[in-house]
Design a protein around this ligand. Structure first.
Ligand code: FAD
Length: 286
């Protein structure tokens, strides 16, 4: 973990763009609660294929106007170069300087993958078009991307994104800390020393977590599944267990030298706030 310890520990919170007025009002409340923790940035997801293009843009501009940096996600699948160029220019014109560059997954029913095949091509394009303007974050998969041929190939593909100019990475969420430590080891053996920030998914709803994890290839360890199954519909019990387990995971990662944490908030403040409070995040002086 030596390569990671040299980076400052930075914290970020991810939102998805709200779909309704009610969702927008909720996000304002969530944002103001989490802003008190003074994160490094808030990020806003982007529907692959451009489905949330305007809503992502609006949320990013609104968040940035409130004083803490906002980083749009940008996925390139089903996009053209011209499309991406326009989006980058718009963000540049609005003073946005961080971006999370992704491939995304082709939405069902959409047949053409567009002009970019993989995220490394997007990173390369952003650098060609905008030089060093953007601090580029990319995705990393300590438990291996679900479509990868194998772990080695997936790692080589991660390396391509770093070589194309990524400044930092955020991982898919995981509950096995060992997978992250192993991934960092592999990075160090391959001369990769950018910050690789663990993505953290608080646990609030077992069936939703189970579905997501199946899709994105995140492993819920057997002991966690077996415990979660016992709680049935008892949301309070699920959340209390989730807070304990995720606080312990985050504490271990930070003590081992992880360069911060990125929380997938699912537009809810409660669980993320409690975990951060447990770890005294936002009250740090260093
Ligand atoms: P890539 O890095 O391109 O990898 C995709 C797959 O292709 C992998 O299996 C990889 O091994 C393989 N591959 C990569 N490069 C090559 C190559 N040159 N040749 C051959 N094979 C290759 N999705 C959204 O739609 N919107 C979001 O806002 C969003 N935000 C995310 C944020 C984070 C932090 C993470 C971890 C994921 C996010 N996702 C988002 C999900 C992501 O889009 C999916 O996981 C997607 O399947 C892969 O995107 P990627 O950028 O990791 O793709």
């Amino acid at each position: 973990m030596q390569s990671q310890k040299k980076h400052p520990q930075l914290f970020s919170f991810e939102f998805y763009p709200p779909k309704s007025e009610e969702g927008a009002a909720n996000l304002q409340v969530v944002h103001s609660k989490l802003a008190k923790l003074n994160p490094d940035f808030f990020s806003v997801t982007f529907g692959a294929g451009g489905s949330t293009r305007e809503k992502t843009f609006e949320s990013v501009i609104e968040i940035q106007s409130k004083g803490i940096a906002a980083a749009p996600h940008l996925s390139c699948v089903a996009s053209t170069r011209e499309n991406i160029r326009e989006i980058l220019k718009r963000y540049q014109d609005h003073g946005i300087s961080k971006i999370v560059a992704l491939r995304g997954d082709l939405p069902s029913g959409m047949l053409s993958a567009g002009e970019f095949r993989y995220a490394n091509e997007l990173v390369e394009f952003i650098r060609q078009e905008t030089g060093d303007h953007f601090q580029i974050h990319v995705a990393a998969y300590p438990e291996v991307h679900p479509q990868a041929v194998n772990g080695d190939q997936d790692f080589k593909n991660f390396k391509r994104k770093v070589e194309a100019g990524a400044n930092a990475a955020i991982t898919q969420y995981f509950y096995n800390a060992e997978a992250y430590f192993y991934f960092i080891d592999q990075c160090e053996k391959n001369g990769i020393d950018i910050p690789i920030v663990p993505g953290i998914m608080p646990i609030t709803n077992y069936s939703q977590l189970f579905r997501f994890s199946e899709m994105c290839g995140a492993d819920i360890p057997r002991w966690m599944r077996k415990r979660l199954e016992c709680f049935g519909d008892d949301r309070k019990a699920i959340q209390a267990f989730g807070i304990d387990v995720v606080t312990a995971l985050c504490g271990r990662l930070l003590e081992s030298g992880a360069p911060g944490l990125h929380f997938y908030t699912m537009n809810q403040a409660g669980p993320t706030l409690t975990i951060c409070e447990n770890l005294h995040i936002g009250q740090r002086t260093e």
